[in-house]
Design a protein around this ligand. Structure first.
Ligand code: ADP
Length: 669
């Protein structure tokens, strides 16, 4: 191979190394793996690059065909070394053209290689061996693979993936972009990105490009973009800078996601929440309103407004306690002259006409409907007088499911009422039905209560008259009767009469309170002397308990109804005696605190359970069991409470079971 020597080299200045050595050094510096085999396939030479590629050092004259440890096809199928490309080239005597194989090194690392084995022949055409060049294509192939994967991702993405220059000209456009924006790649390449931006948002692009130029990203920016058809769609944009190898920003890649579905789902959810809130608010209002007429009006007004109806009518079949039924109705948005002209139904048969199938009726345009027997009523009821097109009628059913009324709405424009309106009004109507029932029951109870109060007032009045005469006659008899036993009986009878009189006057007071007729006649008096007198009075008739006044307070003037305050103290003392029969002592307390005077009646009786403390001041309330033997009507504390409250005072009890109770009241000083 003398031809490889430079022409100007002479024998004198030639380095003192052999030609073979020169070749081997030359090959060792080659970045490409090269090796040779003799005719029989034994390796005769390999360079450093080949050694590196194989990851091992073959033995000259011993290793056959190839220095690899193991080789595979690109699919990973093992190839025996005597079938390796070098072996094939030698055996067939033909060069092979770099079909890729995989070499596995002893350390397990695999490299992708293209081999170029070329057989060598002597001057006589005899095969003498072969040279193989191995090109490491690992990086190239891997990069290609990555590119292919990326391209596949970009291509199959539902998001629009677009790249553009810093000037905004489109340089790539994927299938997702085509689907979202409607332009094909050919239509937009080179065009300015502003074709996708609505006019009033053009300045957004400057802001985005401004950020990109500074190397910053734009993340999930929600905005509106234009499709080819000119339709505006909500999108979420993420834009990142594209850099060249030197890190210079040369453009931007942009991912646009069509968020129409999310947006409309979000809007639907928000609407739904709003509707629920409305229904809730309505339900609350309905449950709080106990006045039937006002309830109907509120529901009519609110639902009419809620669904944007021009007119709303609420019909309701009312049945009074005598079983007489009549039709109540309330109107919203209906002008007064129209009300006069409206042919409002007087009986409830019309409900069958309005709700022939007992369900909601919603019609986009009733003017387009040919009247027939089944739809005649709603057709002429509202349309004639009020010129309506959109019509919605929602039945209102009672607890048993019987339709007892209906909410009717109208609007002069067609197609105003939606399924959503229908659902909302239906929900509200079912609440309204309960509310109406409650209001009706409440009105019935109120009427009955009034009757009962009337009766208590009347009865106590009627009882009082004969009692007064009896007591008069008894007093006369008592004076005339000198017999000791007789006198004793008379006095017992008088005592019972006094009890009866007290009960009756309590009952009378109750009916006065209920009728709002309990009058206070206020005067100035000293509370301390009132307490002393009252204690004396009670002590005079009751000597089972010792009652003492425990106070440091001197004369204290109050402006109040002295008789009523005395009534309260007597009540509390009588209770203390009644409910603490085993105790011997009752203490009356008088305290002065800031602007208040506090009076307490303390007993050492059985006490009251905590859960009863707030109840005992209610009308006719008595604690069960504990006082089965003690008679009473449960009105003493109720009256006391009312009297004290009417004085802008407070009344309460402190009690512990087994230890006794202290009833307190406080009055402004
Ligand atoms: P009445 O005494 O007619 O039952 P009240 O309104 O005076 O009605 O009292 C209501 C209830 O409070 C009584 O039934 C009783 O159970 C309870 N009560 C009142 N005072 C006392 C007390 N001093 N000790 C225990 N329980 C009491």
């Amino acid at each position: 191979m003398d031809e490889t020597q430079p022409a100007n080299l002479t024998t004198e200045n030639m380095p003192s190394i052999s030609g073979n050595e020169i070749h081997s050094r030359l090959y060792d510096h080659l970045p490409v793996a090269v090796y040779t085999c003799n005719r029989l396939g034994y390796i005769t030479f390999f360079n450093k690059a080949a050694e590196r590629l194989w990851g091992r050092t073959p033995e000259i004259g011993r290793d056959l065909w190839c220095g690899s440890w193991k080789i595979y096809t690109t699919e990973g199928i093992p190839i025996s070394l005597d079938n390796c490309p070098m072996a094939v080239a030698l055996k067939k005597g033909i060069p092979l053209e770099g079909e890729q194989i995989i070499i596995e090194r002893p350390d397990g690392v695999r490299v992708k290689v293209r081999p170029y084995p070329v057989p060598v022949f002597d001057d006589h055409g005899e095969l003498t061996g072969a040279v193989n060049t191995l090109i490491d294509v690992t990086e190239l192939v891997d990069n290609e693979g990555k590119q292919a994967v990326l391209a596949a991702i970009v291509n199959t993405s539902d998001d629009a993936i677009i790249s553009k220059t810093l000037q905004g000209n489109i340089i790539s456009w994927n299938r997702g972009a085509e689907q979202i924006f409607g332009y094909t790649e050919a239509e937009v390449l080179g065009k300015h990105i502003s074709i996708l931006i609505p006019e009033n948002r053009l300045q957004e692009e400057d802001v985005i490009i401004g950020r990109i130029a500074q190397g910053k990203k734009v993340d999930h920016f929600e905005t509106i973009r234009l499709t080819k058809a000119g339709r505006e769609i909500p999108v979420s944009l993420s834009v990142s800078p594209i850099m060249d190898r030197s890190g210079k920003i040369i453009g931007a890649s942009k991912i646009a996601r069509d968020i129409s579905v999310q947006k409309s789902a979000q809007e639907a959810a928000e609407r739904h929440i709003k509707n629920l809130r409305t229904i809730n608010a309505m339900a609350k209002m309905v449950s709080e309103e106990l006045n039937l007429k006002q309830l109907l009006q509120k529901v009519t007004d609110a639902t009419t407004q809620l669904i944007g109806a021009a007119y709303g009518v609420f019909f309701y079949k009312a049945v009074d306690t005598a079983g007489e039924s009549s039709v109540l109705y309330s109107l919203s948005g209906v002008p007064v002259p129209a009300v006069k002209k409206l042919d409002l139904p007087v009986s409830m048969e019309f409900l069958q006409d309005i709700f022939p199938d007992e369900t909601v009726v919603r019609i986009n345009d009733i003017t387009k409907i040919v009247p027939n027997g089944r739809n005649a009523s709603y057709y002429d009821m509202l349309s004639g007088q009020l010129q309506i097109a959109s019509y919605l009628a929602v039945p209102v059913a009672d607890r048993l499911g019987t339709i007892v009324g209906g909410l009717l709405f109208g609007h002069p424009d067609a197609g105003v009422f939606t399924k959503e309106h229908e659902m909302m009004v239906t929900a509200i109507a079912s609440h309204a039905a309960i509310g109406i029932d409650n209001a009706r029951l409440y009105e019935e109870v109120k009427a009955l209560n009034e009757k009962k109060n009337e009766f208590i007032g009347l009865a106590s009045h009627e009882l009082k008259t004969p009692l007064t005469s009896i007591s008069g006659y008894l007093q006369i008899l008592e004076r005339q009767n000198t017999d000791v036993l007789g006198k004793n009986f008379m006095s017992k009878a008088m005592q019972q009469i006094r009890k009866l009189t007290a009960l009756i006057s309590d009952l009378l007071d109750v009916s006065k309170i209920e009728a709002g007729k309990l009058r206070l006649s206020k005067e100035r008096f000293d509370i301390r002397s009132l307490l002393e007198d009252t204690i004396d009075l009670v002590q005079y008739t009751q000597n089972s308990h010792k009652i003492t006044l425990d106070t440091t307070v001197e004369k204290t003037i109050l402006y109040a109804d002295a008789q009523r305050i005395e009534q309260v103290v007597v009540n509390l003392l009588t209770n203390a005696i009644k409910y603490a029969p085993a105790a011997t002592h009752i203490t009356v307390l008088l305290e002065r605190q800031d602007q208040e005077v506090k009076v307490g009646v303390k007993d050492a009786g059985p006490g009251i359970a905590p859960d009863q403390l707030s109840l005992i001041f209610s009308r006719f309330y008595r604690v069960e069991n504990s006082n089965a033997t003690v008679s009473g009507l449960g009105i003493g504390l109720y009256l006391s409470h009312e009297i004290i409250e009417r004085h802008q005072g407070r009344i309460w009890v402190e009690s512990e079971l087994g230890k006794g109770s202290t009833f307190w009241f406080a009055l402004p000083a």
